[in-house]
Design a protein around this ligand. Structure first.
Ligand code: ATP
Ligand code: MG
Length: 417
């Protein structure tokens, strides 16, 4: 019979790799806390409607990439595995009344997400995101603060060669005119566009700017720019954001091609791009302002801004930047033993150390003394103790400091380090 394999596009994170994941979780939490973002957790699956309305019916995520479920007893309702976190958090703050607390409301999350995509480097079907959302802060300084947080996280993780691209995609006031200009431009190139973009032309021409096909991308280079079509409010929002970023020393470029894959973004949108991770999967962080989303999902008119980072891509970028996270869980003591009585005594010494809150190991697999010492070295034990008939008789043994080679006589049943 064939062995069962993991589903395509999923990953096993083995202990050696988990270390770097835990490090990323620690750093993202610590930096987020400095900016006042509290953690929120929410279900892995939600009502399908939430994503249709909260991510957008015309987006690739909803149209092509969503895992939908029909479960027993669900009646008419259908569910989907979460493809992202923002819509879920908005649902949660509305449902739990957090919209009525003092603003801004600042939340962070660390979740698995599911998208039916073609698996390749940096693109999985189950992947992981760290993200933040800030609600109820309309000021461009909120945008600057969220961008500064993302920038700080990327720096603290030791990722090199990252560039920040920002853009403004306007608001419901200025977007219709921009959409018409875009539509006019792309209609002139209709025959050259890919099939998907030809469809997008009717429903959502903005999406064409995001197409990864080289031909569409080349055409999009000459398209009208959002920044040239902003209303006064959106233009001044962008100006103040730029000033704030300059003041913080956060380096950015204004990139008219950044439009983001999800609907409901307004004004500021941004991506942090790390080319060393490979051309197609180089966006390690994406985000923006979504002032219409809370209301769209049935809540009050509350603004929002946030980002999500793909943890897989962050880790890939860290490894390519030469970041190494050492295993710091090394045993303080390894107790080697010869014979059954000594082995039992070694076992009880290890138990005594653990009771004192210290990590100790003794032989559990019946290795020879020589093999035990080799193993102690391999697992990085700081001290070793050897127990044989003599030691059991006298009640004393030699404690060896593995780094210095120094030996000290200790009483087997009472000593601690
Ligand atoms: P892309 O353009 O690469 O498909 P996206 O615009 O679909 O990204 P978002 O929905 O903004 O991505 O998600 C935020 C981040 O999550 C991305 O910048 C990326 O780092 C990560 N991400 C998105 N999809 C995947 C995936 N299938 N596998 C791994 N990471 C992903
Ligand atoms: Mg995508």
């Amino acid at each position: 019979m064939n062995n069962i394999k993991r589903p395509r596009g999923t990953m096993d994170i083995l202990p050696e790799k988990v270390r770097i994941w835990q490090h990323v979780e620690k750093v993202t939490a610590a930096v987020s806390e400095k900016y006042g973002f509290s953690e929120i957790r929410f279900p892995t699956f939600e009502n399908l409607d939430l994503f249709q309305r909260g991510v957008g019916d015309t987006t690739d995520v909803v149209q092509k990439e969503m895992y939908t479920l029909e479960t027993k007893g669900s009646g008419e309702s259908r569910y989907a595995l979460r493809p992202e976190g923002t819509a879920c958090i908005v649902r949660s703050i509305i449902e739990n009344g957090l919209c009525h607390d003092a603003m801004p409301q600042k939340l962070r999350y660390n979740i698995n997400c599911f998208r039916y995509e073609k698996p390749q480097a940096g693109r999985y079907r189950e992947f992981f995101q760290y993200g933040v959302e800030m609600f109820g802060a309309d000021s461009p300084l909120a945008d600057a603060s969220v961008l500064s947080l993302a920038n700080e996280v990327i720096g603290a993780l030791g990722i090199k060669g990252v560039t920040l691209h920002i853009n403004s995609i306007g608001c419901p006031d200025c977007r219709p005119a921009y959409h018409s200009a875009l539509k006019e431009y792309f209609t002139a190139h209709k025959d050259e566009l890919c099939d998907t973009c030809r469809e997008r032309l009717e429903k959502n021409p903005l999406r064409i700017l995001d197409c990864k096909s080289p031909i569409c991308s080349a055409i999009a280079d000459g398209a009208p720019k959002t920044v040239d079509h902003l209303c006064e409010d959106c233009a001044s929002h962008m100006d103040t954001l730029k000033q704030a970023l300059n003041g913080l020393g956060v380096v950015y470029t204004v990139d008219p091609r950044i439009v983001r894959g999800l609907d409901y973004y307004t004004k500021t949108v941004f991506e942090f791009i790390c080319p060393i991770t490979g051309a197609a999967q180089s966006t390690i962080c994406g985000g923006g302002r979504y002032d219409g989303l809370v209301k769209e999902l049935g809540g009050p008119a509350l603004s929002g801004i946030g980002f999500a980072m793909g943890i897989n891509r962050l880790i890939d970028a860290m490894e390519k930047s030469g970041v190494v996270i050492e295993d710091d869980n090394k045993p303080l003591l390894y107790i080697a033993s010869m014979g059954a009585a000594a082995s039992m005594r070694a076992f009880s010494v290890a138990a005594r150390f653990r009771a004192a809150g210290k990590y100790a190991e003794s032989d559990l697999v019946g290795r020879s003394l020589k093999a035990q010492m080799k193993y102690a070295d391999k697992i990085g034990a700081q001290y070793t103790l050897i127990l044989g008939d003599n030691e059991l008789e006298t009640g004393c043994a030699q404690l060896k400091n593995m780094a210095t080679g120094e030996q000290t006589a200790v009483e087997i049943d009472t000593f601690l380090i």
